[in-house]
Design a protein around this ligand. Structure first.
Ligand code: ADP
Length: 479
C-alpha cells in the first residue's frame, strides 16, 4: 500500500509531469515530421514518374499516328521501342484502338482482346489518368492517342504501367533510417528532459527544505530563482512573522493579565498581614479602614476579571453576534441614565444630543458595553465641573456617535496606543480611579465586530473626542 502511495505521489510530482511533457513535446513532433516527410517524398516521386511517363507517351503518340501503327503493328521501330520502354519501367505497355481492342501488349497476353477498363474508356473520351496501385506497387498511366491533324480525333489509348518498387525501396530505406534517428532522438530527449525537469524543480525542492528547517531555525526563507518561488518565500515569511507577532502578543497578554491580577492580591496580602500584626486593643476604626481597603481591592480584582471576560467574549468570531434592529436613541438614553449617578458624583455634566431618530442592526449588549466605556472614560478622566457631550447622528448608510469631554486629554505619544490591552496613558491616575486598561480594547473590538470605525482626537489638558461610525445594516462576513 505504501509503495502504491509513493508511486502515485511520484506520478503527481512536478518533476514527472515536466519529464513527460518534455518527452511528448520532443517526440511527437519528431514522429509527425518523419511521417510527413515520407508521404511527401512518395507523392513527389510518383509525380516525377507521371511527368516522365506522360512525355514518353506523347512521343509514342506521335510515332503511332505517323506510322499508322494502330492499323498495322508490324513496325519494328515502334515494337522495339515499346519493349525497351517496358523493360526500363519494369512494366507493361498496352496500345488500344478506338474500339477498345488491344493492338499491342508488351506482355503478349491481351493482343486482339477487348480491353474494358474505366480509365481506358476515359482515355477514349480524351482524358489522361494516372492511378497508383499500392497493392501491386505500380503506377498506371492512360493517355489518349490523338491524331496530329487539326481534327484532334482520338484514335486510341496508350496504357503504361511502371513498377514503383524503386520508390518503395527508397521509402523503406528512409523509414529505417528515420527509426534509428528517432531512437537516438528519444534517448537524447529523455536525457535532456531528466536534466531540465531536475533543474526546473530544484528551487521548489530547496524551498520545501528551507520551509521545513525554518520551523526550528526561525530563519527567513528566500528562494529567488523564479518569481513564483520568490512569492511563496515572501508569503511564507509574512505568515511566519504574523504567527510570531500573535505568539508574542499572546505571551505579553498572559504576562500582563498575571501582573494585573497579582497587584490587588499583593495589596490584599499586605493589608491582611497588617491586620494580623495589629496590636491588641487597636481602635475598631483602624480595623474598619483596613477592611474597607481590602474590599476595594476585591472590587478591583472583580472588575479586571469581568473586563477580561468581556474581552474574551468579544474576541470570538462574528458568529456569536446577536443582531437585532434597535433604536439607538433609546440605547444611548438608557446608557446615560445608568451613568448619570457616577457623573453626578464626579460633578461632571452629562448631555445627550440626538439629531434624528436612528434604528440600526446591532448586537445591543456588545455595542452598549463599547459606548459605555467611552462615556465612563469621559467622566473618569475629567475634572470637577467638566462635561461629557454625547451626540447621535446618521445618514443613509451609517450612524455616528461622538463622545466629547473637556477633561484631562491624552498625551500625543499615547494616542495611538490607547486601544491596546492594558495600556494606560496615565498609569498612576488610571489605577487610582479604578481603570483596568482594558476598556478601550473592549470598545474597539465591539465596534470592529459591527464593521464600524473609531477615531480619537485629543488635546492634552483640553479634552478628548471619540468618533464612532457604524453601518445601519449589519453585513455578515462571508466565510
Ligand atoms: P482604563 O480602564 O485604564 O480607563 P481604557 O482602555 O478605557 O483603560 O483607556 C486606556 C487609557 O486611555 C486610559 O488609561 C487613559 O489614560 C486613556 N483615556 C481613555 N479615555 C480617555 C479620556 N476620555 N480622556 C483622557 N484619557 C483617556
Amino acid at each position: 500500500m505504501k509503495h502504491r502511495f509513493s508511486f502515485f505521489k511520484k506520478m503527481h510530482s512536478l518533476k514527472t509531469v515536466l519529464l513527460l511533457a518534455f518527452i511528448i513535446i520532443g517526440f511527437v513532433p519528431g514522429c509527425a515530421i518523419g511521417g510527413i516527410f515520407l508521404s511527401f517524398y512518395q507523392s513527389r516521386a510518383l509525380d516525377n514518374d507521371t511527368v516522365s511517363m506522360t512525355s514518353q507517351a506523347q512521343l509514342l503518340n506521335d510515332q503511332i499516328i505517323s506510322t499508322g501503327y494502330l492499323k498495322d503493328t508490324d513496325i519494328d521501330v515502334i515494337n522495339t521501342q515499346l519493349k525497351a520502354l517496358g523493360n526500363i519501367y519494369s512494366g507493361r505497355i498496352i496500345i488500344i484502338d478506338k474500339t477498345l481492342r488491344v493492338v499491342k501488349d508488351t506482355y503478349d497476353l491481351s493482343d486482339g482482346k477487348t480491353f474494358v477498363w474505366e480509365n481506358a474508356i476515359l482515355g477514349l473520351k480524351g482524358e489522361r489518368t494516372s492511378v497508383y496501385d499500392d497493392v501491386s506497387h505500380c503506377l498506371i498511366l492512360t493517355v489518349p492517342i490523338t491524331a496530329s491533324d487539326r481534327s484532334n480525333t482520338i484514335e486510341g489509348v496508350i496504357l503504361i504501367t511502371k513498377s514503383t518498387d524503386a520508390i518503395e525501396q527508397n521509402i523503406t530505406f528512409y523509414r529505417n533510417l528515420y527509426t534509428y534517428i528517432l531512437l537516438v532522438l528519444v534517448v537524447v530527449i529523455a536525457l535532456i528532459a531528466v536534466y531540465f525537469s531536475d533543474r526546473f524543480t530544484k528551487p521548489f525542492e530547496k524551498l520545501a527544505g528551507l520551509i521545513l528547517n525554518s520551523q526550528d531555525t526561525h530563519n527567513e526563507v528566500k528562494v529567488d530563482n523564479y518569481t513564483e518561488t520568490e512569492e511563496i518565500s515572501a508569503n511564507f515569511n509574512d505568515v511566519m512573522q504574523k504567527m510570531r507577532d500573535i505568539d508574542e502578543s499572546r505571551q505579553e497578554f498572559v504576562s500582563n493579565v498575571s501582573h494585573e491580577l497579582k497587584t490587588p492580591l499583593t495589596s490584599m496580602k499586605v493589608l491582611a498581614d497588617s491586620l494580623n500584626s495589629m496590636e491588641e486593643g487597636a481602635p475598631v476604626e483602624l480595623y474598619q479602614d483596613f477592611m474597607h481597603d481590602i474590599t476595594h481591592e476585591i472590587d478591583r480584582e472583580t472588575k479586571i476579571i469581568n473586563d477580561l471576560l468581556s474581552l474574551v467574549r468579544m474576541d470570538k468570531s462574528g458568529a456569536t453576534m446577536n443582531i437585532e434592529s434597535k433604536n439607538i436613541n433609546e440605547m444611548l438614553e438608557s446608557l446615560l441614565k445608568r451613568l448619570g449617578p457616577i457623573a453626578e458624583k464626579q460633578k461632571v455634566e452629562l448631555v445627550l444630543e440626538s439629531f434624528r431618530p436612528v434604528t440600526a442592526e446591532i448586537d445591543e449588549v456588545k455595542l452598549s458595553l463599547g459606548i459605555m466605556n467611552l462615556i465612563e472614560n469621559g467622566i473618569k478622566y475629567n475634572k470637577e465641573g467638566g462635561y461629557v457631550h454625547v451626540t447621535l447622528n446618521a445618514d443613509h448608510q451609517y450612524f455616528y456617535i461622538s463622545v466629547e469631554d473637556n477633561g484631562m486629554g491624552i498625551p500625543p505619544d499615547s494616542v495611538d496606543r490607547i486601544f491596546e490591552r492594558f495600556y494606560r496613558a496615565d498609569k498612576s491616575h488610571s489605577r487610582e480611579i479604578g481603570g483596568t486598561g482594558l476598556g478601550l480594547s473592549i470598545t474597539k473590538n465591539a465596534i470592529d465586530m459591527h464593521h464600524g470605525e473609531i477615531k480619537v482626537h485629543s488635546v492634552l489638558g483640553e479634552g478628548t473626542t471619540f468618533d464612532v461610525r457604524i453601518p445601519l445594516i449589519y453585513i455578515k462576513e462571508q466565510s
